[in-house]
Each structure stands twice: as structure tokens, then as C-alpha cells.
Design a protein around this ligand. Structure first.
Ligand SMILES: [Ca+2]
Length: 275
């Protein structure tokens, strides 16, 4: 029931509402807050207390990543080594930035005047940049080996009309269509890991066979796709990929690249991509 004051203020045209839930940022590390022992923060199978508790997060536990836009007061989360789920947003707060130390390893030089994330340049609209940083943040936090591979083999992530890995560009460039980037943060992140595999295979071939042109089947084609999908699936499970994305990847046999079904994955297929 509204209080008399609220009714009066409402009559005056002044909005009365409870404080808006803090919107948590996907892809950055969060810690449990406002929970005291022996209490725990329940992680549930859906976005309300109607859903079953899967496990509890400890007071002040960090390493919690929001994997998508929150739904009201509930956010989809992932942590290392446990199944993903939903947690009440008011008990999560962004971690101090220094909790996750930057990973050692190769980084590409930054492109002047362009946003970047730990050495990976990002080119596109502000929404694309935000989405890309969220995806890379999930990978950095929950699949650090994949993130390191991406840092090593992808120098630029660029918004484009067709999704594809331009491994032979200097630096290697992952071009991403909006259909891929904005499908979901977890899906987008898994595709970056997938395409880093293609670029890695290309550059390993170059290193192992100096001066020899790289044959297409060294880094593309159905068997390579199957290998890259295996890595993508493993990454997707670790970053809290939702069940439909996991099931989709489990059903892939590597021939998704052969769009015209003639048994190869070539330029004609690439040009027909609708992702
Ligand atoms: Ca084909």
C-alpha cells in the first residue's frame, strides 16, 4: 500500500520508486558483497527465488562474471569450475580492477587512436566496442588460456558485414558481423576463441614452413573447423555459455563452413555467409 506521502507526491507529479537496481557490467569481475558468514549468495537456475538453488557463493568471493544483460534484479553469472546460474544483483559489486592481474605474454602494438583491450585493437561502433570488451573480459577471467591465444593471434577485432578471420593480415584481423557480435556475449566470446584457433594454425604453418605459401587446408576446411569447434565448445562451457549455445556447438560437425554443400569451404562459401 502506498503511504499518504507517496500518494501526495504522486499527485504532484513526482515519481516515487524504489532505487533502481544497479546495472552490473557483463565481462568484468564481480565479488559477493553484503553477505556475512555463515550466509551465502545463492546461485539459482533462473532469475527469481522460484528457481532451485544450484550452489552458494561465499561472502566476499570474487571471480564472478556477469555473462549477459541482467533481468531486473537478477543477473546471469559464471564462475570458474561451476555451472552457470542466476544471482541477485544487489549482492554483487565490481571487483577492484587490480584483482585480476594482466596475463603475461605476447601483445600486439596498439593501433593509435583506437580503443583496445589488453593489446587487442577494437574497431567499430561504440556498442560494438562495449560488446567486444565484455566478451574479451569473460574470456580473460574464465578462459585465460583462450584469452592468451587471442592476444597472440588476433591483433584487431573489427565490425564488418561478414564474420571471418583474416589471419594473413598484419596484424591478424577478426572481422565480425553484428549477427555474431550481438547474438550474445557468451556466443561472441566463443567465436573469438574459435577464430583464434584458425589464426594460430595459419601462423604456426608460416613459422614452420618459411617462404612456403600456406595451403588453405592448413588453417581452414572441415577438419580444421571440427578442431576449432572443439575448442570453442570447451571455452563456451567455461565462460557460462547457456544451454542452447552448448547444444548447438555439440551438434556441429565442422561442415558449417560449406554453405553451398560442394564438399569444400572456399571463397564462394565465405561470400554466402549470413553471419
Ligand atoms: Ca563449399
Amino acid at each position: 500500500m502506498k503511504s499518504l506521502a507517496a500518494v501526495v507526491l504522486a499527485a504532484l507529479g513526482i515519481a516515487i520508486s524504489s532505487p533502481a537496481p544497479a546495472q552490473l557490467t557483463p565481462g568484468i569481475e564481480h565479488c559477493v558483497t553484503d553477505v556475512t558468514p555463515p550466509g551465502q549468495l545463492n546461485v539459482r537456475s533462473g532469475p527469481s527465488t522460484d528457481f532451485a538453488v544450484r550452489y552458494g557463493l561465499l561472502p566476499a568471493e570474487c571471480g564472478v562474471y556477469v555473462t549477459a544483460t541482467c533481468s531486473g534484479n537478477w543477473c546471469p553469472i559464471a564462475t570458474a569450475g561451476r555451472s552457470p546460474g542466476w544471482a541477485a544483483s544487489r549482492y554483487l559489486a565490481a571487483a577492484p580492477e587490480d584483482i585480476v592481474a594482466p596475463l603475461p605474454g605476447t601483445t600486439k602494438p596498439a593501433v593509435k587512436g583506437q580503443p583496445e583491450y589488453f593489446g587487442i585493437a577494437i574497431r567499430g561502433s561504440s556498442a560494438f566496442v562495449t560488446q567486444t570488451i565484455a566478451a574479451l573480459g569473460l574470456l580473460r577471467g574464465l578462459a585465460p588460456d583462450a584469452f592468451h591465444k587471442i592476444q597472440t593471434y588476433i591483433g584487431v577485432i573489427q565490425q564488418a558485414d561478414i564474420t571471418g578471420m583474416v589471419a594473413y593480415a598484419v596484424p591478424p584481423r577478426y572481422e565480425v558481423a553484428d549477427e555474431t557480435a550481438f547474438y550474445s556475449i557468451t556466443w561472441y566470446a566463443s567465436t573469438i576463441a574459435h577464430d583464434a584457433v584458425h589464426s594460430e594454425l595459419y601462423h604456426r604453418h608460416v613459422a614452420d614452413h618459411p617462404g612456403v605459401p600456406v595451403a588453405p587446408d592448413a588453417w581452414t576446411g572441415v577438419s580444421v573447423e571440427r578442431f576449432a569447434i572443439g575448442f570453442q565448445l570447451d571455452v563456451s562451457r567455461r565462460i557460462g555459455g547457456p544451454e542452447d549455445e552448448i547444444l548447438y556447438l555439440e551438434g556441429q560437425t565442422g561442415d558449417h563452413c560449406d554453405i553451398d554443400s560442394d564438399g569444400d569451404c572456399d571463397w564462394a562459401d565465405y561470400q554466402r555467409r549470413n553471419w
